[in-house]
Design a protein around this ligand. Structure first.
Ligand code: ADP
Length: 543
């Protein structure tokens, strides 16, 4: 085979920063700090601080491939750590502070972190855990001297003091592009959390694919707000994609409630916000209260859980178009985008609405296949469900030091099993119909909990809901609908069931509805089906 005669330059994260600092030097990272004020820095200024940070890391003795952990909100210092740690050849390990203490302890030990950078808001939490963490772990509080905690047993260093006096340029090492760059543990809905270890190459390619597929949202000069945390799958890659396309980042800090988001978005004219449905529900309440969307807000990318028709409609009424996205930690994470195919928008509204509820089409380099219970290929006919398997340049080939989890996730041909059940149509449009771990199989037939949740959510008495399987003597499993009502006293249970009955077969209608005042959330903000299944494990369905 004749070889091409082109240069081979490694794909490196440090190149994204260098590129943004020169090509888009005036674009900004605007952060609501935990200290309370708003901080602004251009990409050019940020390159200077990132360089200082990398020098400081070298001085602290951080070497190639050392794991440097972060426990932080979305803010400029966290962004600096993304680039400063990975750029000099170490691994940026983002930790989800919402995880239970035992899981935080587990992943710090499993990752063998050497330094933990943390916001002062997490100092108390880590102090309580300190005796169970590795004794050689060092701590840096991500603030200035004025805000350093006065008394703590962590003996931490101060982030701003660490940076002081270092040069504002860094001679980035020319790493092999397959060098590990960052590490993120999945929130572990089953068993211990599992680590996805991203490389420089996988990260750059993911950012490039995302930039292409989300062109509607991203663009030079636009302001993008990641409501999805930087500790959750690298905020879906936005800290890499935004500098790559010249978009500014608006970082909300810990303020993810509707009022805080509205205020920040309004002040900064944020064009697009990305996050899970729960955060958008909160923002919607503020929008409805004020009778308008934040200034300049036009575009929303929602993933992590299925988007409902009612959420799409409510945002559209306020001038905001929702793009549905599907992904997984193991995919870096973006797998699909739900923008309408060219020409569809001018066609029938019903067709557009139906398409918007699907998870959309794949990103470049994400390949998909469906497999049945026996491992046989399932047709991409838009109706036959199968378990979704994926491969691509930004998909894990194995979990970090976890052979058992790898063995159960990667098939003989090297594809990654997502645990999601889906259909694919001829043009590759993905519809998640259920999760393998969350499937309701009644009398040998599938019931889609997502379908039923979508329908139930369109009933005016339903604020939030979830469908879970409960064991049934005759049918194996039957669906139970758990509802957070708008008002308990007036919730029309028979009406909700009748509405569902209009859209699905009679045997697919939930056997019962229970009302509750809140649904348990997993650390990522999604409804925790695992907890619900435990709570209602002994629930007795009506005969
Ligand atoms: P993230 O929450 O960032 O998508 P996780 O790895 O925590 O990543 O969760 C991935 C899982 O979340 C998927 O396997 C799928 O079950 C579910 N999920 C993600 N996006 C969607 C979506 N748009 N619709 C339905 N389920 C989704």
């Amino acid at each position: 085979m004749m070889q091409g005669m082109m240069m081979h330059r490694p794909l490196l994260i440090s190149d994204i920063l260098e590129f943004a600092a020169s090509a888009y030097s005036e674009q900004e990272i605007i952060s609501r700090r935990v200290e309370g004020d708003i901080h602004r820095a251009t990409y050019a200024q940020t390159r200077g601080r990132v360089s200082q940070l990398s020098h400081a890391l070298v001085e602290l003795g951080v070497g190639p491939s050392d794991r440097v952990a972060t426990l932080a909100w979305n803010g400029y210092r966290h962004f600096e750590l993304y680039y400063g740690v990975s750029g000099m050849g170490a691994v940026c390990h983002t930790i989800n502070p919402r995880l239970p203490a035992e899981q935080i302890e587990y992943i710090i030990s499993h990752a063998e972190d050497t330094i933990l950078f943390l916001e002062f808001t997490f100092v108390d939490m880590i102090e309580k855990l300190k005796d169970r963490l590795p004794s050689n772990l060092r701590y840096v509080v991500m603030t200035d001297e004025a805000h350093m905690p006065s008394s703590t047993t962590l003996s931490p260093l101060c982030y701003e003091t660490l940076l002081e006096g270092h040069p504002t340029t860094f001679d980035w090492p020319e790493l092999d592009e397959n060098t590990a760059a960052s590490l993120c543990y999945t929130s572990g809905t089953t068993g211990n959390p599992k680590g996805a270890l991203y490389s420089h190459r996988s990260t750059v390619l993911h950012a490039m694919s995302a930039a292409l597929s989300f062109m509607n949202a991203l663009g030079e000069g636009r302001k993008i707000l990641p409501a999805v945390p930087l500790f959750h799958v690298n905020a879906w890659g936005l800290p890499y994609t935004c500098p790559l396309v010249g978009a500014s980042l608006v970082m909300p800090g810990p303020g993810l409630d509707g009022d805080s988001l509205f205020e920040l978005m309004d002040a900064e004219s944020v064009y697009s916000m990305w996050g899970v449905p729960t955060v958008f529900q909160g923002l919607l309440a503020t929008i409805q209260e004020k009778g308008r969307a934040p200034d300049g807000f036009c575009d929303a990318v929602i993933g992590g859980s299925a988007v409902t028709q009612s959420l799409i409609d409510a945002y559209r009424e306020n001038g905001v178009e929702i793009c549905h996205a599907w992904g997984m930690t193991e995919l870096s994470p973006l797998g699909t985008q739900g923008n309408l195919p060219a020409g569809m928008a001018s066609g029938p509204k019903a067709e557009c609405d139906a398409f918007k509820l699907t998870q959309g089409r794949r990103l470049f380099s994400v390949q998909m296949k469906l497999v049945d219970d026996n491992g046989a290929a399932v047709a991409h006919d838009g109706v036959s469900p199968g378990e979704l398997y994926v491969r691509g340049n930004s998909t894990i080939s194995q979990y970090y030091q976890n052979d058992a989890a790898t063995a159960s996730a990667i098939d003989a041909d090297g594809w990654f099993g997502t645990g999601d059940v889906a259909t694919l149509d001829a043009r590759g449009c993905l519809t998640i119909t259920d999760r393998a771990k969350d499937l309701i199989k009644s009398g040998g037939e599938w019931i889609s909990s997502l379908d039923i949740e979508n329908i139930a959510m369109s009933h005016p008495d339903v604020r939030q809901c979830a469908v879970i399987a409960v064991p049934h003597e005759k049918w194996g499993e039957r669906p139970l609908l758990i509802v957070v009502p708008e008002a308990e006293s007036t919730a029309d249970l028979a009406g909700i069931l009748a509405l569902i009955g209009k859209h699905v077969s009679s045997w697919q209608v939930p056997d019962d509805i229970v009302l509750t005042d809140r649904l348990p959330l997993a650390p990522t903000g999604k409804i925790s089906k695992k907890d619900l299944r435990e709570i209602y494990a002994d629930y007795v369905l009506p005969q």
